[in-house]
Structures are given as C-alpha cells and as structure tokens.
Design a protein around this ligand. Sequence first.
Ligand SMILES: Cc1ncc(COP(=O)(O)O)c(C=O)c1O
Length: 356
Amino acid sequence: MSTILDISINVKEVSESRLKEVDLDNLAFGSTFSDHMFEMNYKNGAWGDAFIKPYENMTISPACSALHYGQAIFEGMKAYRTFDDKIMLFRPEKNAKRFNISANRMSMPDVPEELFLQALHAIVGLDKKWVPAKDGYSLYLRPYMFANDPYIGVRTSNNYKFIVFTCPVGKYYSKRIKVKVADKYVRAFSGGTGFAKAAGNYAATLYPALLVGKEGFDQVLWTDGYEHKYVQEIGTMNFFCIIDGVAYTPPTDGQILEGVTRASVITLLKDEGYTVKEQAITIQEIEKAFDAGKLDDAFGTGTAASVSPIAEINYNGKALTINENKSISEKIKTRLDNIKYGREEDRFNWMVEVMH
Ligand SMILES: Cc1ncc(COP(=O)(O)O)c(C=O)c1O
C-alpha cells in the first residue's frame, strides 16, 4: 500500500511475471503488455478507489456511456532505459497538463497533475524490468480515461475510470514515410476537438488513412476543413518542413494536437541555429518551394516515432520528393534520442527519473 496525495493505492502484484515469455529485443508496436495496470475511479465528484493490479480484462456495462457517446481521452508517452541503466520519463508534466486540456474539452473531470504523475511513477517503478534496453526501444505508457455511466442518454457522465497500462515497444517506422495531402476528408476544424487527445478524433481518421494506405502512402497530411489549403498534422505526428533554411510548423490554433515532441524539436532546431516559424503554411507554398528546389526537408514529430523523416508529400498526384542527403530531421532525431537515452547532456531538463 502506498499513498498519492490523500488517496491510497492498493497494490496487488502478479504471483509470477510474464516477462520471461517476452523477447524485449524483438518487439512490434503496441501488442505486448507488461505485468501490471493502474486504475482509479471517479464517482460522487471525487477520485478514489485507486489500485495497481495484474494487467487483466475489465468488466463494464453494455450501456457504458463512453462506448456510445465517446467520452474517452488518452495520452501517449514513454519511459526510457538510459545507457547507465536509469529509467527516465520524457517531460511527463506536459502530458499531465495536456490530459486535463483534453478532459476539459470532453466535459470530463480533471485528474490532478500530481496524481497523474504519481500514478505513472508507481506503475513504471513496479514494472521497471519491462523497460527494454535496446536502442530505439522503450516502455510506452498509455494513461486514459473514459466515462463509465451505465446509462443511455447524451449527457455528461458522472462516473469515470482512469487507467494506466504500459507496453514495451520497438521502433514505429523503420523507413522514411510517404504522405498524401488530404483533399476531401477533414480531421479538425475551428471550434472542434482537434487539440484534444480524444478517442473520436482518431476514429474519424481511420477510413481516410485506409484509403491512402491502398494507394501506397503511410499517412494522410491533414489540411484545414474549409479550403484544404493550410497543412495541419500527420496521423499521430505534428508536421515540420524546412524551406530555404527556415523551419515552419503549423501553429497550435486549436486544430492540431500540441505535441510534446513538437515543442522539444522547436527547441532543438533553435539550438541548432534555425529560425522556427510557428505559422500557418499552405500546401501551395510547400509546392512552390519544392519547384524552386528550396524544400530542404519535411518530417513528422511524435512520441511513437520520435522524428520521422518524410520521403514524399503527394499533392494532387504530384510527388514532392525530399532529398535524403539534406536531412536535417535525422540530425534532430539523433539529438532528441541521445537526450532520451542519456547520451547527450539534458540541458533543457526534460528527463525525470522514475524513483520507485
Ligand atoms: C494527432 C496527433 N498529433 C501529434 C502527436 C504528437 O504528439 P506528441 O509529440 O506529444 O506525442 C500525436 C501523438 O501523440 C497525435 O496523436
């Protein structure tokens, strides 16, 4: 038994770890789950009933409100094993804050940041051995919350579950990606939920992603919902491009997720001497830069893939290809990964050691 704030967490450990069945040097993304999960329940206006237990299936009502009306949000973050065998979280306070931004938009209760962070430390601390040591590998953490009223009717729910489970994961993309510019479907629009990490945002992107997948692309590059002109983000990544030596990334205008990796990459690009413009940029401007030979690089940033260089942006059937030799993204990725794995000094104080 331990306590977070004034809530005590009951801990029931597995009798035998499943770790011996898992090859931590050979992992796909997202299908291996570590031994334990954290759960906490919200009712009568307060969080309580917190526990860590063996990872297992849950029982919910067929009328569970999240399944019908979509009050469900999540976070995605990682714990890294550094070269000197420390377990570190990357800027976890940013995820704690963003979780509550999402909660607020979806009419869900806050999880106090301190509580959120302590839940992470408790679960990662207990399953420390599940953090892989191989370069590029990590323990992915999935904190999430869903409405759990056994009630059919569209209204803000009264009961919620907050859960954290973890997955040891390998690399996400192993090659440079090809993206297709959205010209029909829309992910987010002004006044909508684009900035929230809400489950429904992802559901709405699956069909368009499937269609571009059939054409041989890895992801959709989303554009604004009015003119399909301003670029927004890519699948589960924020978008950057470097034109004539200047870095551009769309602003956090309520329509894109405010990525933790995005903020970190902006810092690193500036540290490398680049001017970074967080401003609306159109696909036509990117095309013009390509035509003039000034599209130096383009890449996605996100927790899963870190920095993902783009090989091609396909716009209306025209392939804007990016020359790998000029790759700035590779340099930024290397620096970011070096900080995460403790190979570069953590000058920006991004890493937080798991103490349990
Ligand atoms: C829609 C979307 N955009 C951007 C990102 C990148 O955010 P972060 O860098 O915090 O992982 C993610 C992943 O979380 C995402 O799902």
